[in-house]
Design a protein around this ligand. Structure first.
Ligand SMILES: Nc1ncnc2c1ncn2[C@@H]1O[C@H](COP(=O)(O)OP(=O)(O)OP(=O)(O)O)[C@@H](O)[C@H]1O
Ligand SMILES: [Mg+2]
Length: 218
């Protein structure tokens, strides 16, 4: 069970949408600092740096030890990718939240664990609805915006939209209120960011090993 609720905390939940290769994981590496944060992740393809686990017992033990240590951690689940395991991970992530310490909750490929586009599954629903008050911020990635729960769209404060599949174009037009050709013209590593009524355009660039996220003025 999460502890220390604080209803004044801001909603930091965000959703990154884009087809394979659009640059979601690269963007997330830019959005979440590589060190100094407390991070729990659902990362079954091992796209992110950190310690990965495929055994529930070993993962739960590592999370408990990390919370006791009071130091930053990056602990990612890379085991089974089924709904039962997902619900277990969501429950564990919620229980780990402590209102005093910001915790990043990173979820890759949400569509894989989304049975329908309707209401969220129970533990995921509780996590996304209640994590804010306990200083948890979800960063969710999906290749297909139409296949994930509608609860995600009511709970996220920010959206990053990259190059999307044709089947997602209408949905993204409605979300951003941008014209169809503007959404259809998004290239890999380009993103539209929507925060409330504020819509801005961004690009990720690589220079050697360094990555830069720049805002475009167009
Ligand atoms: N060092 C780099 N220099 C230039 N481009 C890079 C570099 N690393 C990754 N990319 C580009 O990033 C994109 C892949 O990004 P990423 O893996 O984040 O995609 P994704 O949206 O997460 O895909 P998936 O859904 O398959 O996981 C590709 O377009 C690739 O060309
Ligand atoms: Mg990825």
């Amino acid at each position: 069970m999460a502890v220390n609720p604080d209803t004044s905390l801001p909603n930091r939940h965000r959703l990154v949408i884009g087809a394979t290769g659009a640059g979601k994981s690269q963007l997330i590496r830019e959005l979440i600092p590589a060190s100094g944060v407390c991070l729990l992740g659902w990362d079954t393809d091992e796209d992110h740096p950190g310690h990965h686990y495929a055994s529930r017992a070993a993962y739960a033990k590592a999370v408990a030890a990390a919370l006791r240590s009071g130091r930053p951690f990056r602990l990612l689940w890379a085991g089974a990718n089924d709904l039962k395991t997902w619900e277990w991970w969501c429950g564990l992530a919620f229980a780990a939240l402590d209102g005093r310490r910001p915790t990043e909750l990173l979820v890759e490929e949400l569509a894989d664990v989304s049975p329908t586009a309707g209401k969220a599954s129970p533990a995921f629903g509780e996590l996304i609805r209640r994590a804010r008050k306990y200083n948890g911020g979800l960063t969710l990635a999906t290749q297909r915006g139409t296949e994930i729960s509608k609860t995600v769209y009511t709970q996220c404060a920010e959206y990053w939209i990259g190059r999307v599949e044709a089947t997602d174009l209408r949905h993204m037009e409605r979300l951003t209120a941008l014209p169809a050709d503007r959404i259809a013209g998004i290239d890999n590593l380009h993103y539209v960011r929507k925060r409330g009524a504020d819509v801005t355009f961004h690009r990720l660039e690589f220079h050697g090993k360094r990555r830069y996220l720049t805002e475009l003025t167009d």
